[in-house]
Write a protein that binds this ligand. Sequence first.
Ligand code: UFG
Length: 338
Amino acid sequence: MKVLVTGGLGYIGSHTVVELIANNYEVVIIDNLSNSEIFILDNIEKITGVRPIFYNINLLDSQGLEEVFNSHKIDGIIHFAAFKSVSESVKNPFKYYNNNLNSLMNVLNFMNNKNIKNIVFSSSCTVYGQPDKLPVSEAEPFKKATNPYAKTKQISEGMLEDFINFNDRVRGISLRYFNPVGAHDSALIGELPKGIPDNLVPYITQTAVGIREELSVFGKDYNTHDGTAIRDYIHVEDLAKAHLKAFNFLNDSEDKNNYEFFNVGTGIGYSVLDVINSFENINNLKLNFFFKDRRDGDIEEIYSDVKKSKKVLKWKSERSLDDMMSSAWRWQKNLANF
Ligand code: UFG
């Protein structure tokens, strides 16, 4: 089977491509390298022994897409490509609405015209906002989105659902990721932020390697066991496997016209200090960190209810926080070689 992976050289995309190849899928990648590097393609080949077909195309370029779809019989799509910085989305909402929504529109339009049946979409737990109940299950309604990035994920899920209701040949799944961290065991692919990282774990590894002077811990007065905010960190390799399960679920699905959405997390909440402790202990390092004020727009606590993905997708996370922290650190150290 041939799978089109948009954003396939990105952080989660590249790990999923490796999983797909390991499971004998033929992969076609579209990625415009806006937040990825071409050496990731070489490293996917080093890991798998297969060089996926690659197109450097912007998903807003309909003509470019037409060429790809005319050259390959695509059986299904895993759509990762999107901008994902919360802070940038606040500064430049137009960029986020234009890219994230129009690229999904284009993908759906091609699915419609080229008779492609299956799509897995990258969503985020950000669609829940700060939920009333924890762990948060898929049954919880969306709260008001606190930034344009989050709104694009809410709107995209709605767009996908409406499209599937309209086109009864199509099936789709939104995967609501919690906080993906860590890197492939080979240390050949991992998270590759451009500029100053927004997210906790790349900031930690860059501080440990000396690229950043110090780590700021945003907020120590949350109502949590140590005063720092709580998230559900998930190993990126576990997350990649969830895509395989979701894609296979669509392929095997008897129900011809079906939209589903699943949480993809571990079900465990860790605080910022828990993450720092794990990083320091497993890697035998000391981090230079200081407490700062809360970061604007941050929620206090979120972690997933994973019953639905366990039951329906037969997927559950396997890797520990220590695993996430040791693989992230090996990747950071190895980056100097690329
Ligand atoms: N944090 C720090 N210092 C840093 C960076 C982060 O203390 O330098 C803290 C944050 O305040 C937060 C926690 O670490 O409490 C996790 O922050 P991240 O930025 O790594 O992750 P977020 O939970 O804020 O964001 C993630 C994704 C978003 C998504 C969001 C949904 O990156 O794409 O989850 O909740 F929208």
